[in-house]
Ligand binder design. Structure first.
Ligand code: PHE
Length: 460
């Protein structure tokens, strides 16, 4: 097939609007909600963080989510193909998105694999009374920091292989039978599991201290530009914006579908999950502080890898009925992670399908095997953990900002497609974005450029 043509069997479709919404929520709800949002809020002004966060959601998150949905729906293609249709020299912007997805895919899989192991460990509380030591020495078998021991640890490689096999199988089944089915089953299951966990957490002794620590507002942070950057960054990452993911998912919608309404459901659904996670995580931290007889502010390891694989295991081991609580927590991480991982891998796979006319099965196997090999080698060495941080900085903090600026510039600044996208949104949607929409996106771009510069300077 010539480059850029649709695969022979025609473009796949979601079975309906609900399937699309669940899949898009599946992409949005991930580690960013469970282990990133609560810590970000706590460190950036607590309750006061809700002000920049909500403003970021309304002024950047939702408008850019509209933009990506409009691009995907109007131009019906994977990120590179849709971007080329937006502007003839913008295909590279789409490939840049694909490259970032590739990087994220590698480490997201590692974390899902670790969570899968910890799901298993929770039933017997294998992590014992020194979870930090268990994680680093016994589970990951890290050598001395700085040494490059790249031996493959079977206990880590096995779950990684499992996660990759599952991912490849789901992608190979295609949008309708694979990606859609995973989300239609996985997202309700996640909401129920995490909901029960949150309610349980709220009844732990000390829970209210934790929640108070999370929400006590410190309004002085509002004059700090870094807090605003953190809020915008959180919203972008959390809504999977500027990764080409939403463009790709929107491209599988039927021609006559409402674009803005479902996008709003996705945005507010995602933020609601973040708030629920904030309550659950800080209620649990409050309990930990209570048990240790310290204040919540004295606790270490309140987000990211440490929260999940060190702090939570410590709580779980001390809590009555901890096994079940632990299993539900790690099951939630696996479900939230897997539905996000599928979206980034589908973005990559769709790009190659559109470019070379390959079918979903061939593409899934090709893309999946290359990524799997790299992630197994990369995360079986003592460099894995170090990699994670560096990768996060470059791709999630610098890369996506650049990707967002380029996408907006191609669509609204340099191309002639801006008005077409605007009219398209108005024509197919129940909720009309109105005239403020392009203006907002332009203001956001200026802010993004500022973010990019300050981040680049700090990394240089
Ligand atoms: N939105 C996901 C989260 O909050 C992360 C993600 C980013 C997923 C980009 C897909 C693409 O964890």
């Amino acid at each position: 097939a010539p480059a850029g043509s649709a695969p022979p069997q025609g473009r796949e479709h979601w079975s309906g609007q609900t399937a699309f919404i669940l899949a898009a929520i599946g992409s949005a709800v991930g580690l960013g909600n469970i282990w990133r949002f609560p810590g970000q809020a706590y460190e950036n002004g607590g309750g006061a963080f809700m002000i920049p966060y909500l403003l970021a959601l309304l002024t950047a998150g939702i408008p850019i989510l509209f933009l990506e949905n409009a691009i995907g729906h109007r131009f019906r293609g994977s990120a590179p193909l849709a971007m080329r249709r937006v502007h003839r020299s913008a295909e590279g912007v789409g490939w840049f998105h694909v490259a970032i997805c590739f990087v994220i895919g590698l480490y997201y899989t590692a974390i899902i694999a670790w969570s899968l192991s910890y799901f298993w460990f929770s039933f017997r509380l294998d992590y014992g009374d020194d979870p930090a030591q268990f994680f680093a020495s016994q589970y990951l078998q890290l050598g001395e920091p700085g040494t490059l021991s790249a031996h493959i640890v079977p206990g880590v490689a096995l779950p990684l292989v499992l996660v990759w096999a599952l991912t490849i199988a789901i992608l190979a089944l295609g949008i309708h039978k694979g990606v859609e089915r995973l989300n239609v089953v996985g997202i309700p299951l996640l909401v129920v599991t995490f909901g029960i966990l949150a309610v349980r957490a709220l009844f732990l002794p000390g829970a209210t201290d934790g929640i108070e620590a999370l929400f006590t507002p410190d309004y002085s942070v509002l004059t700090d530009p870094d807090v605003w950057i953190a809020a915008y960054g959180q919203v972008f990452f959390s809504l999977s914006l500027a990764y080409g993911v939403m463009i790709t998912y929107a491209s599988y919608r039927r021609r006559r579908s409402n674009v803005t309404g479902p996008a709003l459901v996705v945005a507010f659904g995602n933020s609601s999950f973040s708030l629920l996670a904030g309550l659950a995580v800080f209620a649990t931290l409050g309990y930990l502080a209570h048990v240790q007889g310290v204040g919540v502010s004295d606790l270490q390891g309140i987000d990211g890898v440490n929260l999940s694989f060190v702090t939570f295991p410590a709580v779980i081991a001390q809590m009555p009925g901890g096994q079940l609580f632990g299993a539900m927590f790690f099951a939630s991480l696996v479900l939230a992670g897997l539905t996000s991982l599928i979206s980034v891998m589908q973005t990559i796979s769709a790009a190659f399908q559109d470019k070379f006319g390959w079918n979903p099965r061939t593409t899934a196997v090709a893309v999946g095997c290359v990524s799997a090999a790299l992630s197994i080698v990369g995360f079986s060495s003592s460099t894995g953990l170090f990699l994670l941080d560096t990768v996060d900085q470059w791709s999630n903090q610098l890369g996506i900002v650049a990707g967002a600026i380029a996408m907006i510039a191609a669509a609204l600044w340099f191309g002639r497609r801006g008005h077409e996208l605007e009219r398209h949104l108005a024509a197919v949607s129940t909720i009309r974005p109105g005239r403020y929409w392009p203006a907002l996106v332009n203001v956001v771009t200026l802010l993004l450029i500022y973010m990019f510069m300050s981040k680049a300077i700090s990394l240089a």
